[in-house]
Design a binder for this molecule. Structure first.
Ligand code: UDP
Length: 347
């Protein structure tokens, strides 16, 4: 190879390592839109594919290339990868409501497992080598040991968890047979909103605790319920590891640069390693909002594990991740600020 060609290739590789074009599936959704913002903030180029089944155009920053469609549409994915020279993908697009997955499991297996399989195949065909995948603590089901380590048995309690676990298997086995490398991130309870107020949760009807509680706090709903007060926990309510969405996205950014540097495929939990009970969360919401919530006790919600807390040692050691917002008050106050912005906009 000539010295000029070698110098050209070196320069190209340096540029590649600095700036990536990243296909963000579900980039118009709650978590995906935060990824798009983080990529822009870091000087990368996000490209979005979203079918708008739950996404919102108002969460898409202007100027970001946006393709309307499903990740299972192989021709569309091939066209995007080709026309935008995609370097990596961050795959968020999925159906995510646990109770719905129990009543309509096929929706979850088709949309999450089948379409993800098609998407992985299209990425492999397009020569994509870096893949960051959103998975979930729901793959663990009920565990006797807390915090939960990645080595724990996977025993999903609902079709949502099963659909994600199967997608993990497809990704792992495909990567073994190709030069695709992945980071699978198993999310615990994602909450909060962009601290700069640029994005947050818009899902209606809300199904997650912190979103419901902040809606109650600003009068968007009259009252709310605590599902189960007889769990084997100190106050009888379920304990979850709530992670700020911006810290979760920081894990994805760390995963991308890890893969960019040639890191081997890995799987890691995303959580802080400590939990809060439902009552703890409601106390913080009332305190941050400055008013009591109208809360009643209700029976257990089917499928809820008593305690779900991540062992996040691997995320910290393998990816060098360190949380910035490990504080329930911060999570709640960002969620509340976002809710207020949106109620003022009449959304
Ligand atoms: N929860 C509750 N009231 C609500 C919504 C949720 O008591 O209106 C409880 C739920 O039963 C669980 C915890 O809050 O114990 C977290 O639920 P969420 O749906 O936010 O997340 P999950 O852990 O189910 O993914």
């Amino acid at each position: 190879m000539s010295a000029t060609l070698a110098a050209h290739r070196l320069k190209r590789d340096v540029v590649m390592s600095e700036r990536m074009t990243v296909l963000v599936t579900g980039g118009a959704g709650y978590i995906g839109s935060h990824m798009v913002l983080a990529l822009l903030d870091a000087g990368h180029r996000p490209v979005i594919i979203d079918d708008f089944s739950t996404g919102h155009e108002k969460l898409v920053p202007s100027g970001v290339p946006l393709f309307r469609g499903n990740v299972g549409d192989s021709a569309l994915v091939a066209e995007i990868c080709d026309s935008h020279k995609i370097d990596a993908v961050a795959h968020f697009a999925a159906s995510i409501v646990v109770p719905e997955s129990v009543t309509d499991p096929l929706k979850y297996f088709v949309n999450n497992t089948v379409n993800t399989t098609r998407f992985i195949a299209a990425c492999v065909d397009a020569g994509i080598k870096r893949f960051v995948f959103s998975s979930t603590a729901a793959v663990y089901g009920n565990q006797d040991v807390s915090p939960i380590h990645e080595g724990a048995n996977t025993q999903p309690e609902n079709p949502y968890g099963s659909s994600k676990l199967m997608s993990e298997m497809v990704l792992r086995d495909s990567a073994m047979a190709t030069d695709l490398s992945y980071v699978i991130l198993r999310y615990f309870n994602v909450a909060g909103a962009d601290p700069q107020g640029r994005s947050g949760q818009l899902s209606q009807p809300a199904t997650h605790l912190i979103k419901i509680a902040v809606e109650a706090a600003i009068g968007k709903r009259a009252a709310m319920q605590v599902y189960g007060t007889d769990y084997p926990t100190p106050d009888g309510t379920c304990i979850r590891d709530y992670i700020h969405v911006s810290d979760l996205i920081a894990a994805h950014m760390a995963a991308l640069s890890y893969l960019q540097k040639g890191g081997a495929s890995l799987l890691a939990n995303c959580g802080y390693g400590h939990g809060a009970s439902v009552r703890d969360v409601l106390d913080v919401v009332a305190s941050v909002a400055g008013q009591p919530l109208d809360v009643t006790d209700a029976p257990r919600r089917p499928g809820d594990a008593a305690v779900l807390v991540a062992d996040s040692t691997k995320l910290r050691s393998a990816l060098g991740w360190a949380p910035r917002y490990d504080d329930l008050h911060q999570i709640v106050s960002d969620a509340l600020a976002w809710e207020r912005i949106n109620s003022q906009c009449g959304r």
